[in-house]
Design a protein around this ligand. Structure first.
Ligand SMILES: Cc1cc2nc3c(=O)[nH]c(=O)nc-3n(C[C@H](O)[C@H](O)[C@H](O)COP(=O)(O)OP(=O)(O)OC[C@H]3O[C@@H](n4cnc5c(N)ncnc54)[C@H](O)[C@@H]3O)c2cc1C
Length: 570
């Protein structure tokens, strides 16, 4: 089967939905738009975003675009491209108002204005929020808005397996409809990749099960470079033992981090910002406390510290953090009104992704990427909380418009040789019936996750990374020999797990190799054998290109148009 559309959007999270709305809007509903998602549309991970979306909304009260830009650049440990940051801070307030006009119920102040809360690394209360369910309300507002447009086709629960590029120009994607088992080609004039992050390569993570980096891995194999993959964010407050996120808003509202001696230990590490220092710093501080014996131990090794909200009082917790209370009660049997919450750092965000220019364009004609799957270089080596949902909205709009204008100008799409589809179908379903394979994909994935948690985590060093590279390459060989016991084409989760694991392994290889090469500490990449930032040699971006032997690394320059790097202190 073959389906043909004008603009194909891969992913229905915040970036994908914002792009879809914009593409429909600028074309006056003339373009035929497809949204393809491996989950039901609004079950994308964006719906889990809790704490807020950053934007300068109160300039008359002291905030400014320049301050937001400076916080973002300093938070990025001077690896963000500063022209990108400038554009971001200028556009994000417009997106907050745009969502307001589309009906989002932002939490408000007593004077009726949109409320904002403090967030890590921001020097002004800048996180716009809707309770602690910001992503949920944003997703539903965009979904509602999409209903205004007639020419949008949804492919829900449809797993995309490859991106086809011919002579440097986008052709189509191959997709497997999980509910019917059908395999088909979706052709388009333009592609928007908005397929989210890859944190499921770690075991202790805040991420949905579906965040397996498929978009990044497919783009990488189609020849698009990945950028700055070694920078993985660990969020300071993953609930123990599930890893479910306790929003930074909990510290923004005034929560304390406490060690086993009852001390507010952030005093030692970031005396001026305390618990609301940037995430890389807070996560390292927690790990240092745990490693030096001031945490609470658990038999499963998930040692933790406490997040204490009790002094906020029941009213504030119920008003501002109802989801957090519910999650702590349901998943850790702890009511934060009465007891501190056990937390530790959890893998939370990929700063790296598909390389794009400032307009979200990739090096392949007809392909744009935005949101977490992309690396437009807004976050550099460490993202500030609340800047990601804002990035999804800002670049979702930009790439939706660019892709639409390109599609309106482009003539018909060239035919795709049928053998390319047949080859991909064979690659995919060839796994079925591998009943004799000696490896179990779920065990391989668990090994990968344990390895990444142990060797490629908050603190890294050369020997651990060398060992990780060797092991990742061994897993890459072994995954070729997995057995797929389920022989059906319908909702074959066994086969999906194989495809996901292949993707995660390819991406893990780019992370480990980039981390090994980067002999410095910057942002979320902290090497105990190279503890200092090395501005002379390493103020540059890493690019990873696919080759069958493994990633080939190249480097590119950082845009430093506003501020020269200085020491980062909080
Ligand atoms: C628990 C949690 C809380 C967060 N809270 C905040 C917050 O308060 N503020 C903030 O700024 N950021 C927050 N973040 C980060 C932010 O929410 C995400 O970075 C952002 O929402 C990602 O959006 P996205 O559109 O790029 O991708 P996603 O929302 O992850 O969507 C990815 C889409 O791609 C689709 N897809 C992927 N692979 C395939 C495939 N093979 N075939 C078909 N479809 C595919 C998926 O189905 C999905 O629709 C949070 C993240 C988490 C995990």
């Amino acid at each position: 089967m073959e389906a043909v559309h004008d603009v194909v959007i891969l992913g229905s999270g915040l970036a994908g939905l914002r792009a879809a709305v914009e593409a429909a809007r600028v074309s006056n509903d003339e373009l035929d738009i497809a949204i393809v998602s491996r989950v039901q549309l609004v079950r994308s991970h964006s719906v889990c975003a809790e704490g807020g979306t950053a934007a300068v909304m109160q300039p008359e009260e002291g905030d400014s675009l320049e301050l937001h830009a400076w916080d973002t650049v300093r938070g990025s440990d001077f690896l963000a491209d500063q022209d990108v940051v400038k554009r971001f801070v200028e556009e994000s307030p417009k997106e907050i108002l745009q969502l307001e006009h589309w009906g989002i119920p932002w939490s408000r102040r007593h004077d009726g204005r949109i409320n904002q809360r403090p967030f890590g690394g921001h020097s002004f209360d800048r996180a716009t929020f809707a309770e602690d369910k910001t992503g949920f309300f944003e997703m539903h507002t965009l979904y509602d808005t999409l209903q205004k447009f007639a020419r949008v086709t949804r492919y829900d629960e449809c797993y995309v397996t490859s991106i086809l590029v011919d002579n440097g120009v986008f052709q189509g994607i191959t997709a497997w409809a999980l509910t019917s088992g059908e395999f088909f080609l979706i052709k388009g004039k333009a592609l928007v990749i908005a397929a989210g992050g890859a944190c499921r390569m770690f075991a202790f993570t805040t991420y949905s099960l579906s965040a397996t980096g498929d978009g990044m891995a497919m783009a990488y194999r189609a020849g698009l470079p990945l950028k700055d993959m070694e920078f993985v964010q660990f969020h300071p407050t993953g609930l123990v033992p599930s890893g479910i996120l306790i929003t930074e808003g909990a510290r923004g509202e005034g929560g304390y981090l406490i060690n086993n001696k009852g001390e507010r230990f952030m005093e030692k590490y970031a005396p001026s910002k305390m618990e609301t220092a940037p995430r890389d710093i807070v996560s390292r501080s927690e790990m240092t406390e745990i490693l030096e014996g001031r945490g609470f131990s658990r038999p499963d090794g998930l040692d933790y510290v406490h997040l204490d909200l009790r002094h906020l009082g029941a009213d504030r917790i119920n008003e501002r953090l109802p989801l957090i209370r519910e999650v702590a009660i349901k998943l850790a049997s702890i009511d934060p009104i009465e007891k501190p919450i056990p937390i530790r750092p959890a893998a939370h965000y990929c700063m790296g992704g598909i390389r794009t220019d400032i307009d979200g364009a990739t090096p392949v004609e007809g392909i744009w990427a935005g949101g977490e799957v992309a690396c437009v270089s807004l976050h550099g080596a460490n993202r500030l909380g609340a800047n990601s949902t804002a990035e999804c909205l800002v670049w979702g709009k930009i790439i939706g418009e660019k892709a639409a204008r390109y599609a309106m100008a482009r003539g018909s799409v060239a035919p795709t040789p049928p053998q390319r589809i047949q080859e991909e179908e064979r690659r995919l379903f060839g796994w079925i019936g591998h009943g004799n394979g000696k490896e179990d994909v779920f065990l391989i994935r668990a090994e990968l996750q344990r390895l990444m948690d142990k060797n490629v985590s908050i603190y890294r060093n050369g020997p651990d990374l060398e060992a990780a590279l060797k092991k990742v390459r061994e897993l890459k060989q072994r995954v070729e020999h997995v057995r797929v016991v389920d022989t059906s084409r319908i909702y074959n989760t066994n086969l999906v797990a194989v495809l996901e694991t292949i993707n995660l392994i390819d991406l893990a290889e780019t992370i480990v190799l980039g981390a090994l090469a980067r002999t410095e500490s910057r942002g979320a990449h902290s090497r105990t054998d190279f503890p200092d930032r090395d501005d002379v040699n390493w103020t540059r971006h890493t690019l990873a290109y696919y080759s069958p032997e493994g990633p080939r690394l190249e480097y590119s320059s950082v845009n430093i148009s506003m501020w020269q790097p200085v020491e980062r202190k909080y």
